[in-house]
Design a protein around this ligand. Structure first.
Ligand code: ACO
Length: 401
């Protein structure tokens, strides 16, 4: 028997909290969530108001700097980000080392991690100016990196950023445009995409943000830390959920098949879960899902789309919200439930969904990383464990085993 007090008592309180369900890992002034009420605030501003009235660049500024920018501050920020959208030319050859059928997230993990090899002139994390430049570089280059991952996967030439365009418009052109042809940005799609980015910008200490903080707590450079965040985001329980949700909705196909899937989700012997449903913190409707559903309607109207998957999603939501199992466990649609349907309507393949999430969440990751590094009391993150292996025993020579 292992005496836990002997092992752990010397460091004060010891808690065992798998999944950190009740443990705060840090203090943060960026994002507030009230999961019971379904409230999400960035620096105090409700997500619904930000999605409706601001832009992704404005939200990025807000998260990084703590206050909404004046027009001049926003113009300056926009200009700075625009100046950093290009990738080092040699990174193009780096892309060519990947297989064409590589998942864009695999490419993004590699390329973002490799940024530290190309931009090591801004990796002295003790210097606030370096931290600022790396942050701007990361936010600015993500659309270029994500669009290039897409272009590479479909065998089309890369498009350089056009810095006369907005952050989001530029991304749309680099993704869907082709060289020597005019690409017309649909204003409703540009607005919807910008709003999707706002909805994904930050979400306090979720798995990928905690990964970025943990990686950064050792003093690792920001490019490496964001690459770690991208890796964590990739999982189907996190950023991969919108891809999984759309696949699930397409598999369900028609509303008459919904009850069968609801029953499967409730069956504890079946690993199937309703993807895009449930959340660690929200025990109410995810406020981002409300905006997402509204945005979906706007995109469908603008593009004149009538996708039966949306009908299936609405019916599935209705069934689940009226089912005792989902009511008791307080399982509601999360941000991923509707986002896949919109992204599909805009023309993104499912493999790009998580890449877009990573692009937008880079703002939150970078802001959280900066907040942590700027804290003079910051220490390396180092969770403890409850050891369950054998107690001390003598080595057994090979011929005695
Ligand atoms: N379908 C069916 N049952 C579910 C679902 C679901 N989507 N989500 C949770 N449950 C059940 C669990 O089986 C568990 O039941 P039990 O009490 O009988 O054991 C109970 O609800 C609590 O679920 P946990 O997994 O313990 O909750 P946790 O906070 O750990 O997980 C998570 C949250 C991972 C998001 C979970 O709800 C899930 O897997 N959802 C589907 C994937 C998804 O949509 N992920 C996106 C999250 S949002 C984001 O990353 C942007």
């Amino acid at each position: 028997v292992i005496d836990i007090r002997k092992l752990y008592g010397s460091t004060g309180a010891f808690t065992f909290d798998p999944g950190y369900k009740s443990t705060a890992s840090c203090e943060s002034a960026l994002t507030y969530i009230d999961g019971e009420e379904g409230v999400l605030l960035h620096r105090g501003y409700p997500i619904g108001q930000l999605a409706e009235q601001s832009s992704f660049m404005e939200v990025a500024y807000l998260l990084l700097n703590g206050e909404l920018p004046t027009q001049q501050e926003l113009d300056d920020f926009d200009y700075t980000i625009t100046r950093h959208t290009m990738l080092h030319e040699q990174l193009m050859t780096f892309y060519r080392g990947f297989r064409r059928d590589a998942h864009p997230m695999a490419i993004m993990c590699g390329v973002v991690g490799a940024l530290s090899a190309f931009y090591h002139d801004s990796t002295d994390i003790s210097d606030p100016e370096h931290r600022k430049i790396s942050s701007h570089r990361l936010i600015a280059k993500m659309p270029t990196i994500a669009a290039m991952a897409y272009k590479y996967s479909i065998g089309q030439p890369f498009l350089y950023p056009d810095n006369s365009l907005s952050y989001t418009g530029n991304f749309l052109r680099m993704t869907f445009g082709v060289p020597a042809e005019e690409y017309e940005i649909h204003p409703a799609i540009e607005r919807a995409m910008d709003r999707i980015f706002i909805l994904h910008a930050d979400h306090e200490q979720n798995a990928s943000t905690s990964t970025v903080r943990l990686a950064g707590s050792s003093g690792a450079n920001p490019f490496a830390c964001i690459a770690a965040g991208i890796a964590c985001l990739w999982g189907p329980a996190h950023g991969g959920a919108n891809e999984a949700a759309l696949n699930m909705l397409q598999e369900i196909g028609t509303p008459d098949r919904i009850p069968h899937y609801i029953e499967r989700a409730k069956d504890k012997n079946d690993p199937f879960r309703l993807m895009g449903f449930g959340h660690r913190v929200y025990k109410n409707y995810d406020p981002r899902a409300t905006v997402m559903q509204q945005t979906l309607r706007e995109v469908f109207e603008a593009l004149n789309v009538d996708d039966p998957v949306f009908e299936t999603a609405l019916k599935l939501e209705e069934h689940a919200l009226n089912d005792d199992y989902f009511k008791e466990k307080k399982l509601f649609p999360n941000v991923d439930f509707y986002s896949g349907i919109i992204l599909n309507a805009i023309g993104f393949p499912t493999t790009m969904f998580t890449a877009l999430f990573a692009l937008a969440r880079t703002v939150g990751w970078v802001a959280q990383w900066n907040e942590m590094i700027s804290d003079p009391g910051q220490v390396i993150g180092r969770p403890r464990q409850l050891y369950t292996g054998p107690t001390e025993r003598d080595y057994v020579p090979m011929d005695k085993r």
